[in-house]
Design a protein around this ligand. Structure first.
Ligand code: FES
Ligand code: FES
Length: 204
């Protein structure tokens, strides 16, 4: 017997950019369509709709995912970040700023996916993840230099029909440098704090 129509729908609560959205969706609804068609969050773009172009890239629990291959019901309980949630209020993310400063786009259609991908690439690289072009993949080798070749490989899931690749690579490199400087400053602060705590402990 065919299932009742209502059995193909469920209420889901999606945590998007820190806000909860509850909606009823057909179980076959992709996260991409839920974002664009149901929640009017059209920053995430639909290109191929079959996992080939990267235009629909979002972050799920801070890792890259193509929203066209993700069912909305399967995204419940995950932390979803779209291009609308990358900036910190009026403060653009370093990747967004670098794309603007270095003209990392032409028509801009692929840009939200490129930026979401780049945000995750920088995190993955800082965490020491190797890529297919990394020479030394031993864990103790640490992150490889983020060369143009590394960036091209790590961003290879994001296609740009305008061919803005040269500027995109430059923008990712610049944002990664800014991120590395910020991490170094944070590391110094943490080290200073630990030493101060040790001194206070010794003096007590
Ligand atoms: S629209 Fe999702 S990968 Fe192309
Ligand atoms: S800027 Fe036009 S598709 Fe990439």
């Amino acid at each position: 017997m065919a299932p009742a129509p209502s059995s193909t729908y469920s209420a889901v609560t999606l945590n998007i950019n820190g806000e909860k959205h509850t909606l009823t969706v057909d179980h076959r609804t992709t996260l991409l369509d839920a974002l664009r068609e149901r929640l009017d969050m059209t920053g995430t773009k639909k290109g191929c709709d079959q996992g080939q172009c990267g235009a629909c890239t979002v972050l799920l629990d801070n890792r890259r995912a193509v929203a066209c291959l993700q069912l909305a019901v399967a995204a419940e309980g995950r932390e979803i970040t779209t291009i609308e949630g990358v900036a910190d209020g009026d403060q653009l993310h370093a990747v967004q700023q670098a794309f603007l400063d270095l003209d990392g786009y032409q028509c801009g259609y692929c840009t939200p996916g490129q930026i979401c991908s780049a945000v995750a690439v920088i995190e993955e690289h800082a965490a020491g993840w190797p890529s297919a072009v990394t020479d030394d993949v031993r864990p103790e080798a640490g992150p490889p230099p983020l060369t143009a070749e590394e960036i091209r490989e790590r961003m290879s899931g994001n296609l740009c029909r305008c061919g803005a690749y040269v500027s995109i690579v430059q923008a990712v490199a610049r944002a990664a440098e800014a991120d590395a400087r910020a991490r170094a400053v944070d590391g110094d602060r943490t080290a200073d704090g630990s030493q101060a705590a040790k001194r206070e402990g010794a003096a007590a």
